[in-house]
Design a protein around this ligand. Sequence first.
Ligand code: ADP
Ligand code: MG
Length: 378
Amino acid sequence: MKEKIQAEFNKHFGGEGTVYASAGRINLIGEHTDYNGGYVFPGAIDKVIMAEIRPNDTDKVRVYSIDIDDTAEFGLNEEDAPKQQWARYIFGICREILKRGGVVKGFDAVFAGNVPLGAGLSSSAALESCFAFALNDLFNGNNIDKFELARIGQSTEHNYCGVNCGIMDQFASVFGKKGNLMRLDCRSMEFEYFPFNPEGYKLVLLDSVVKHELVDSPYNKRRQSCERVAKRLGVETLRDATKEALDAAKSDISAEDYFRAKFVIEEKERVLDVCDALNRGDYETVGQLMYATHNGLSKDYEVSCEELDFLNDIAKECGVTGSRIMGGGFGGCTINLVADDKYDNFIAEAKKRFNEKYGHEPKVYDVVISDGAHKVSE
Ligand code: ADP
Ligand code: MG
């Protein structure tokens, strides 16, 4: 990818700039926990957005997207927003740095990527983090701290792309470290690295390529359930609730609210259990906890769908170590931890049986936990 970007940069702008990259991400466990003050457990992956960038001594930005084969040119004032959606991510990063009192001047850039778009691996966070990291290095002497870089990406989504996301994706893309997952506490924003080197296993995502759009907002309904139970239990968020307290209040809350809260409380514990297992290098236990999360998401939180449950069943039948829905649910991917000797059969079976039932194969993305935002070359 780097050679191609350098060739295109030379063709469009002449000479060379500095090359930067940042990564997409997975979340091993910790689903629907962020808005309940709990933990998420993401890591950066070996799929990146890479950009070559050079200041151009003007007040204009010129960017060429190799994958879209399109050029955008824009100024750095609020009214200069480009019309192309892909360029708004870059414009947003510039604006959010400037709004915080940072420095951004004109630059030329060429970029490309291999994070699948819209598959739940957060190509948009990779794009944001790549440019945020680069502009911090080129214009700000790396004075902006890394958490702020993640927030700059998040604000870009909110203010320039119309996506009201949390901080996890940008956090993972900025802080990702090879061979490590990160447990982020969504209440205190503290985080800790945990070793993830599953020798003898592969991590693979199966993308069902389905997305069920539901009539009422299932996400908001679940948030409301969680808030109602937290209030009833006298805690700020379900992070502070226990299973015992929930059970004691069971007769006062609706069955639906009970099961939503039960999932969230159990999921918080599962993240902690995964951390213990990783510290022991016990990937079989990690896998069992992933299945438990899938079961909870499907039966208690009710955010699965037929296709994802089917992929989960195939994983179980093929002896896959761990498998679960990744992301908000109602479609998208499963994330699977598979022993090397089970891998080929699992992928073949999943493709064949899914195709027989739904008329298309799932897409397969192998991932390795890798570095987040970094400089690739001077
Ligand atoms: P995801 O779940 O992958 O983050 P989003 O819809 O949030 O999906 O972001 C995808 C958008 O990010 C694309 O529509 C495009 O604007 C931008 N993008 C991602 N990767 C690339 C790329 N390689 N080249 C150009 N734009 C990209
Ligand atoms: Mg996105």
